[in-house]
Write a protein of this length. Sequence first.
Lengths: 268, 349
Amino acid sequence: MVASDWGGRIGLVLLTLVVLLAIVGPAFEPHSPVESIGIPGSGPTSGAPLGLDYLGRDVLSRLLAGGRSTLLLGLAATALTYLVGITVGLMAGYARSLLDPVLMRGVDVLLSFPALLVMLLLVTAFGGGRLVLVCAAALVLFPGVGRLVRTATLEVSTKSYVEAAVARGERTAAILRREILPNITGPIIADVGIRFSWSIILIASVNYLGLGLRPPTADWGLMISENRQIISTNPLALLAPAIVIAVLIIAVNLVGDAYVRQHERSGS
Amino acid sequence: MAVLPETSSPAVAEITTVEPVRGSNHPVAMFLARRIATGILTLLVVSILIFIATNILPGNVAVVVLGRAANATTIHHLDVELGLDHSAVSRYLTWLGGAVHGNFGHSAVAEAEGRSNSAISATLGTPVRNSLLLAGITTILLIPLTLLLGTIAGIHAGRKLDHLISIPALIMGGLPEFVTGTVLIYIFFTKLNLLPPVDLLSGGESPLSDPKAIVLPVLTLLAVATGAGIRQVRTGMAETLQRDYVQVARLNGVAERRVLTRYALRNALAPSVQIIAQNMQYLAGGIIIVESVFAYPGIGTYLVNAVTSRDVIEVQAAAMILATLYIVINIAADLIVLFLVPKLRTGAA
């Protein structure tokens, strides 16, 4: 398990903390996350331990309210990334036809855009709604998964158990699902962590730029940019969301790394 | 955001698997020609995608940029001014034809406001120069820093010095740029009052006239890019030091210093070239958000402003420039790798 080394253990603890914060946080909001309760940009008080934001709203309440969307959007984008990536990779890797080069050139073209540029183009075209953010992040990230799955599929599909299944006359869909997919999960799972943290970062970046979720939504990325003007009066309004995002990303990376280390050790 | 380009390019795989072209005495020239041809083809596809993405909602441009001034007459007038009354295909061809000559058409917002100098090309020069300056300075610092710190960490793998370098690298490399940037602004502006939080350059002023303005953007890009690079260089170095030929050299009594420089370093650095290439490519995307964090007047800020004001014609121009930069860096990186790793050049891998 990932908990068997220090990096993994620290990662798991931090990840659990942030996930708890995001899930049960909204139940503990001391104030409304969207209502002004005092002078904008004022520092911490006993009633508002993280101070007030640029509109006089409680920073702690907004921090507690903003985690759910960050995690859920990231999870949705990661799930979609793998759904599309695995489908494309399996099809390209198993089809010994024109389908393979066509899919892979498509993947190459997508990889020749900077990630954030793709996000911004889609936001320009379709606006910054939740669905657009999730689809855009998946569009940026699925090519990597597709390539990975294709390579693994190519390797596995020459194995005798696959040839046996072909000889038995099984349908292609059944072969892909029952023979190939279970045997390529190792390399696929190895970087789920990285892709999850990338989805969070990509979506948070668009929100930070003010092109994603609209105010007054409480979102960690958006909180950092909307409070820029009060950095000298209440820096906590920016630092608190920045730190939670940082901890979340570091935790996900630590757990991912620990999993890979563990996998390598048991594999060799 | 350390979203580095995935396996930066197919170049290495291509070269090692492709048989040397028979009858050709210039495999490198052949490779270069093919690489540039694919690059141009990719750019063509990229330009179509950018055009589609920015034209997917038809007629929307004039309505959006005119805002409250929109009525049948003004919309029609602006459509004619911007050529929006033509078919999508003909608009694409006109745009592409212009873009090849560096003419990206007229800003929709400027046209709507009736400004006389609405040509985009005239306003693009300064942002592009500023961005190249930012990326250039970062690259110059990035390469030695990544190699040096990565090598040191690799040599001391598993020991104190390694942890001292690797742990901060792990943290920095994973963080989004806007988090790193915000923390740097907090430290250097709010706490120390040393550096300006945002670039306050006026109009056409070059960032060189106020070097302070460029320090924090460069630091942010460096933190993210070196963070990701150091880990990879470290792994390469640590693995090379475990190789048989290094062990044999040590057992033969070759001085440790010589083992490192003659045996390990050279072999370890070959894959590092690719890592650096990846990092340079990262910069083409990373500047978008870093410039916005610091309001640095480059092409990234230009793009974000264009998206915000829904000026699709400016978005097209900025997106095309950034995508071109990305592809050019990719080709240049492949060439550098090719020249530094002779194994690939001769095809005798």
